[in-house]
Design a protein around this ligand. Structure first.
Ligand code: ZN
Length: 246
């Protein structure tokens, strides 16, 4: 069994398509889990939502999803992000907005919990350093917690004896077994707008029987997504950052 784990798609349908194709070539995908921020930033919000609906994906809420659906304040967003949120809301139909409005904050499947940002603040906190991760370990009960939000492919492992937390960057092809790893946070990275210096789309495959998570990156047509963003008159800054993954 193979579950495709994606996060922070951000309306980048070409990146999502590349991830779908690449993952299907590695394993027959039985299910899709999305860790939030389906929309915001990119040019194809409706197509990304439709992709998830068609595959009956499990999806939780991200800050951009809820802002577009008018369920979260827009004040925490910078101007380009805010402009993209307004643009996105204007380009979704009622059914797509209803999809965003119905997203839960967190879900649990056996040893794995899913939340967009952190157990402490499900849509806002950035789990970027070991200290923030350490403070969040007591706030979920499962062995692993899958998160998104920072757009960095990283994991935080807690030493079961000492409680110390170490941060590890996930490299493409790296496999994380649940057995013997202690408790950990795992961020597959962003499909549609990576910020960790690697512009390729990021994702993971979770195999519940093998109890492993494997991280992957895949190239997609960045220039075509940028062309679509320019045609939609989305903010220049959002267009440019796709070129370097920052
Ligand atoms: Zn995001």
């Amino acid at each position: 069994m193979a579950i495709l784990v994606v996060s922070d798609i951000h309306s980048n349908f070409l990146a999502l398509g590349a991830v779908a194709q690449d993952s299907a070539a590695r394993a027959p995908i039985d299910a899709v889990w999305c860790l939030g921020d389906v929309v915001g930033y990119g040019p194809d919000p409706g197509a990304c939502i439709d992709f998830l609906v068609q595959r009956n994906a499990v999806c939780i809420a991200g800050n951009h999803d809820l802002a577009v659906a008018d369920l979260a304040p827009t004040s925490p967003f910078n101007l380009p992000a805010f402009e993209a949120i307004i643009w996105t809301a204007e380009h979704l139909d009622a059914g797509e907005i209803a999809f965003l409005r119905a997203l839960p904050f967190s879900l649990t499947f056996g040893p794995v919990a899913l939340v967009h940002a952190s157990p402490r603040q499900p849509i806002w906190e950035y789990l970027s350093d070991a200290r923030a991760a350490a403070e969040n370990f007591p706030l979920f009960k499962t062995q692993a917690c899958l998160v998104g939000h920072t757009h960095h492919s990283i994991a935080f492992f807690q030493n079961p004896a000492s409680g110390a937390v170490r941060r590890r960057r996930l490299t493409p092809g790296s496999r994380t077994p649940l057995e013997g790893s202690g408790r950990f946070f795992y961020n597959p990275g962003s499909v549609g707008q990576p910020h960790d210096g690697d512009k390729r789309a990021a994702y993971a495959i979770y195999d519940p029987e093998e109890a492993t998570l494997t991280h992957y990156r895949v190239d997609y047509d960045v220039k075509e997504t940028q062309r679509r963003m320019k045609a939609a008159k989305l903010p220049e800054q959002l267009v440019n950052r796709l070129s370097w993954g920052r």
